[in-house]
Design a protein around this ligand. Structure first.
Ligand SMILES: *[C@@H]1O[C@H](CO)[C@@H](O)[C@H](O)[C@H]1NC(C)=O
Ligand SMILES: *[C@@H]1O[C@H](CO)[C@@H](O)[C@H](O)[C@H]1NC(C)=O
Ligand SMILES: *[C@@H]1O[C@H](CO)[C@@H](O)[C@H](O)[C@H]1NC(C)=O
Ligand SMILES: *[C@@H]1O[C@H](CO)[C@@H](O)[C@H](O)[C@H]1NC(C)=O
Length: 590
């Protein structure tokens, strides 16, 4: 059966006035969610004692709702996604399954049928292996390419963590292990494609972002390169298969997609790529630049004056996105477990603290800066660089001008923060360090856990907000802050015009589609094969409001900001999952 993509029609643009009529909920997104839930099962459910089972159940429910509402079995994909966000959703799914399979015995609702749960969603991942549009992705930017490698590395870890099965015939690997070489092969192909993005002719190194455009060396591509490379070092099981390409020898290097016939596990090339990449990123000046948000990663560097012979990274794009503060964290953890160098952990914690500070959270006092209950008309928690009132926020969230890309960003930050701070994340030195000094590693492990534990109240605060953005199908909103209103006496909160950031959240190349060549854009072919060729228009962004407006924390109220812009989407769901997982993992640190 051919599936029909319901149009993601969001009629009308948000003008942002109090009288704003919210656009209708995009039915294409909710049509497959089934019946609305009993309200007692979702909205308004307070987070019970934390750490606690409820937090685990919230994560599981968010994942199941994502699959129910947005995954299409017959296509093996999330049809409303775009190639790179689908790869990220695959990672969120695999990461959640890793949590379920580890923690269900104590916390799951699944007594006795855990195999069914893991098996069901592992089946989704298998079908996504076939539904992933690798042909399109191979021609996309290096960051798009590397999300693919990252996603399958997550799934390989899921496989590796499943217990063996004891049968009459002896001990057998979990049945999913049959897929390990296949997924590894895909991770390898996309890692090797990514490898071609490393360029030494400009800026003394670094990953270039997109081979089809003017050179741009940005944070995300470099962070992905570091994290994917060290992920390969730790988790890639090796691959000798060069299909679907014939492996061409050095006589015709242009024909080659893979650079090597055989790529063994734990190859030094992975570690060296990650180390070199991190060194370059640190020295690039992308972090610690001058400006309001100087502890955070700016977006990247253009190279001005190339005609005059300049080869230096000299034009900084100072836009600060949440995900640029995240992806590097799993890379830093991997670099630590590969080398035992304390500095990698310290740098990760420094970055997380900078993020937390920029959301308007006082980590010493463990509370948000300001008091929302005292905010009457004319008072609204101010923007702190990456959020307000302790809640992580993308600059496009408040004006609801986020495009599909930026809706996924917060969850990516949280995903990598969760990986960095997962219980015992620093214990697994993977046997890659010779003669480790156990006393020293125990010390570093203890210090890491103490640091991570400090982030729990902030994560909990964000969870409270995001859980209140759910609608009756369990779908999460994109802007988390309004969820806090529900727990206060504030029914409507006035957002003054001066709180509306300049319309920079839309400053993203993907608004125009994807690059066709160095001068032209084209709309992304963002749906699976049978849709290709049709003039499928990518949902665009909405103009930022110009006047003040009221928001409500009540899901479904006319002032519910989750309805504006693109509404509740696959990507906003994924972002909530990233946060709920991070919260759960950190809550499990003793
Ligand atoms: C790759 O080939 C080598 C040598 O032929 C072999 O030892 C190794 O097991 C193979 N690895 C995989 C993942 O097939
Ligand atoms: C962390 O590791 C310790 C020591 O191996 C173990 O006892 C503990 O159960 C682990 N904790 C978690 C949450 O996995
Ligand atoms: C191991 O590390 C501890 C500090 O954690 C240090 O005191 C000790 O000297 C080290 N041992 C060796 C053999 O290097
Ligand atoms: C880019 O593509 C457009 C449309 O195919 C074409 O007209 C233009 O010449 C191309 N530019 C370059 C530099 O290749």
């Amino acid at each position: 059966m051919r599936i029909k993509l319901a149009a993601v029609a969001m009629a009308g643009a948000a003008t942002g006035t109090a009288a704003l009529k919210p656009p209708p909920i995009a039915m294409g997104l909710g049509g497959r969610c089934g019946s609305p839930k009993d309200s007692s099962s979702i909205t308004g459910k307070p987070l019970p004692t934390i750490p606690g089972t409820q937090s685990f159940l919230n994560l599981v429910e968010a994942m199941e709702d994502m699959q129910k509402c947005w995954f299409e079995h017959s296509a093996g994909t999330w049809p409303t996604g775009i190639d790179w966000t689908r790869a990220v959703m695959g990672a969120h799914l695999a990461a959640t399954l890793r949590v379920i399979s580890k923690d269900y015995t104590q916390h799951g609702p699944y007594d006795g049928n855990i195999d069914n749960v893991i098996g069901r969603y592992f089946g989704h991942l298998i079908s996504y292996y076939f539904g992933e549009d690798t042909f399109a992705l191979r021609g996309q930017a290096y960051d798009d390419i590397l999300w693919v490698a990252m996603g399958w590395l997550e799934t390989i870890q899921l496989i590796n963590e499943q217990p063996a099965v004891v049968t009459d015939q002896g001990v057998e690997e979990w049945y999913g292990a049959d897929w390990r070489p296949t997924f590894a092969h895909r991770a390898r192909i996309f890692w090797e494609l990514g490898e071609k993005g490393w360029d030494t002719t400009l800026c003394g190194g670094g990953m270039n972002w997109n081979p089809k455009l003017e050179p741009y060396k940005n944070a995300i591509t470099n962070e992905l390169w570091i994290s994917a490379s060290i992920g390969m070092y730790h988790h890639f099981p090796g691959d000798n298969d060069s299909s679907p390409w014939r492996f061409f020898d050095a006589k015709s290097p242009k024909q080659r997609v893979l650079s090597r016939q055989v790529l063994p596990p734990s190859d030094r090339v992975f570690l060296e790529s990650a180390e070199k990449g991190y060194k370059w990123l640190l020295e690039s000046g992308m972090r610690h630049w001058e400006g309001m948000r100087k502890d955070l990663f700016a977006d990247g560097f253009h190279i001005g004056g190339r005609k005059e012979g300049n080869t230096k990274c000299n034009l900084l794009d100072p836009m600060v996105y949440t995900y640029n503060q995240g992806v590097i964290l799993s890379g830093l953890l991997g670099l630590y477990t590969a080398t035992g160098k304390e500095e990698y952990l310290d740098e990760g914690h420094g970055l997380i603290r900078a993020v937390i500070r920029a959301t308007g959270w006082d980590i010493e006092a463990q509370k948000p800066i300001g008091d929302i209950s005292k905010h009457g008309p004319g008072r609204f928690p101010p923007w702190k660089g990456l959020g307000r009132y302790g809640i992580l926020e993308e600059e496009c969230d408040l004006p609801r001008t986020c495009n599909q890309d930026s809706e996924a960003f917060k969850g990516i930050l949280m995903h990598h923060l969760g990986t960095f701070c997962a219980p015992n994340s620093t214990l697994d030195l993977s046997g890659k360090i010779e003669n480790p000094n156990q006393t020293e590693y125990d010390r570093l492990h203890g210090k890491h856990q103490v640091n991570c534990k400090l982030y729990l109240p902030w994560l909990e605060h964000n969870c409270k907000a995001v859980l209140n953005t759910r609608d009756k199908y369990g779908r999460f909103g994109g802007w988390w802050f309004p969820g806090l209103l529900k727990d206060t006496n504030v029914r409507l909160l006035y957002v003054p015009p001066e709180a509306i950031p300049p319309n920079r959240g839309v400053d993203d190349y993907r608004n125009n589609g994807v690059p066709r060549n160095s001068t032209m854009w084209q709309l992304e072919e963002n749906v699976h094969t049978e849709e290709r060729g049709k003039n499928h228009k990518r949902e665009n962004t909405w103009p930022a409001p110009t006047e003040g407006f009221y928001i409500s924390g009540e899901a479904g109220a006319p002032e519910d900001p989750s309805l504006w812009g693109r509404g509740r989407t696959l990507e906003t769901q994924g972002s909530a999952i990233g946060l709920l997982r991070a919260h759960w993992l950190v809550s499990q640190i003793p």
